[in-house]
Design a protein around this ligand. Sequence first.
Ligand code: GTP
Length: 598
Amino acid sequence: SDQLHIRNFSIIAHVDHGKTTLSDRLLEATRTISEREQREQLLDSLDLEREKGITIKLKPVRMEYRAADGQLYQLNLIDTPGHVDFSYEVNRSLAACEGALLVVDASQGIEAQTLANTYLALENDLVIIPVVNKIDLPGAHPEEVAQEIETVIGIPAEDAIMASAKEGIGIAEILEAIVRRIPPPRGQRQQPARALIFDSHYDPYKGVIAYVRVVDGAFTSRDRVRFMGTGAQAETLELGIFRPAMTPLNELVAGEVGYIATGLKSVADCQVGDTITLADAPAAEPLPGYRPAKPMVFAGLYPIDSNAYPELREALERLKLNDAALSFQPESSAALGFGFRCGFLGLLHMEIVRERLEREYKLDLLITAPSVEYQVLLSDGEIVTVANPSEMPDQSRVEAIEEPVVEISVIAPVRYIGTIMELVTTRRGTFISMDYLDPTRVLLKYRMPLAEIVIDFYDQLKSRTQGYASLDYHLAGYQEADLVKLDILVNGQPVDALSLIVHRDFAYQRGRDLVERLRQLIPRQMFEVPIQAAIGSKVIARETIRALRKDVLAKCYGGDVTRKRKLLEKQKEGKKRMKMVGSVEIPQEAFMAILSLN
Ligand code: GTP
């Protein structure tokens, strides 16, 4: 259809504020799909997402809407992932739109992640339509929330639409606002074709399916296309739109949202943010804003059963087909054998990959503590990147170490300011600013090393604020720091997979806490096991695990056979996530001990 009758929009919302419910309502109201279909199609997200109670991303969908002006409009809803790990993808999804619904829970108010994404939307020149949702809740204070949106973002409170996605209140008004307030796309139909990739998935029959917003020109189902960022070329196998099922068409034109099936074998060739053009009549310039996905958090993945190494490699290769942000390369550890150093966008991404490997590929894995990537300047002038703490060069060869730093935003009730300050200080954070959103809530900004975020910062923040604080962060460059490698020795043997990089000022404290925690986590053995933390050859902390006569059966005085079997069974189970390191069995939890210090 002509561009004047197209509206492309996304929904920005904090987890649980009602994005999924509202999308369902919009689809119902536009009769895009029936209620029964919805359950089947829309909610076919990963099991994992369902279990965690979060939606990572919904499929894009095209709706047809007859507006009050009598005209028929094409509405394209493009979802944005609501998690901090995926902020680059959020940015590109927003770049594919002209407007966004900002959905805020009337009983909660605006949260850090939502605010960050709203700023991204404003940077991309989107029109924001505030929607105050859940006004049916007894604890709702919609007027105050609308006022808060005005204070923080500057959109007049009276522009906010009061809604209840659950009860179907405000839905008609939202649809009208989408048509009236959001401008139509501004691309040029006559220009060489350009489409922005905002997502993709791998299909075993059609290869990589690129989710695109056509900006200029047109694409047909017979075109040969080129990816301007990666340089890859492909034959279009099919193109079409999401309704929400993939529906083939003959062409996609400027302003429209849809998919292009490329036959490519890996999403790495078809990255989010890249521009697709026609191979025979290419555009001169790609669309702005492309950058390849960059992992920020690294961890070692090792099969518990070392024979499963080839399976782990294959599983990672398969996952990578669908996940351009996942990186991996072989590494070996004296303690753990052969495995892979994997790079992730963040901790949630890491958890998702780990769980998928275990569930979908039935692998038993051991994962080491997450680390960041350091830039190390050596005495001879060479610069090396180190993503595995055990590979940090010897101190005598190191001139300087730089670590990634992030700027964090925390939104929390005023009464937690002290608590948050304290937590941030113990994590080497420095204060940037504090702004009141309203008399009861503040927005705090700090600069902080990423390494301090990846070790359990979010959980600590949540628990110390009874769940009230929300967090967002983005990379703010690299910064030199006085860092040292802390080695852990178990039974006199250094265990490379337990090494970590710490700031010199915190080394003693971390060392003491860590050996204490390891003493609790490593089960008693038949002999006494010393646990030590050392910097270079200097031991800075020590604990001892006392010996145990581990004759479990001795406990079964009566010789009851079933009881005995049960105990043996239990013992076997307890062994599952253990690795034999030298003569000591070390459980999975010990490798993550750094994440469970208090
Ligand atoms: P994620 O899937 O985690 O991103 O959350 P979401 O933002 O998609 O929220 P979702 O639509 O799943 O809604 C979260 C919860 O709020 C669900 O239990 C909904 O039933 C409920 N909910 C959504 N809208 C309303 C509303 O208008 N009123 C009330 N009372 N509850 C609502």
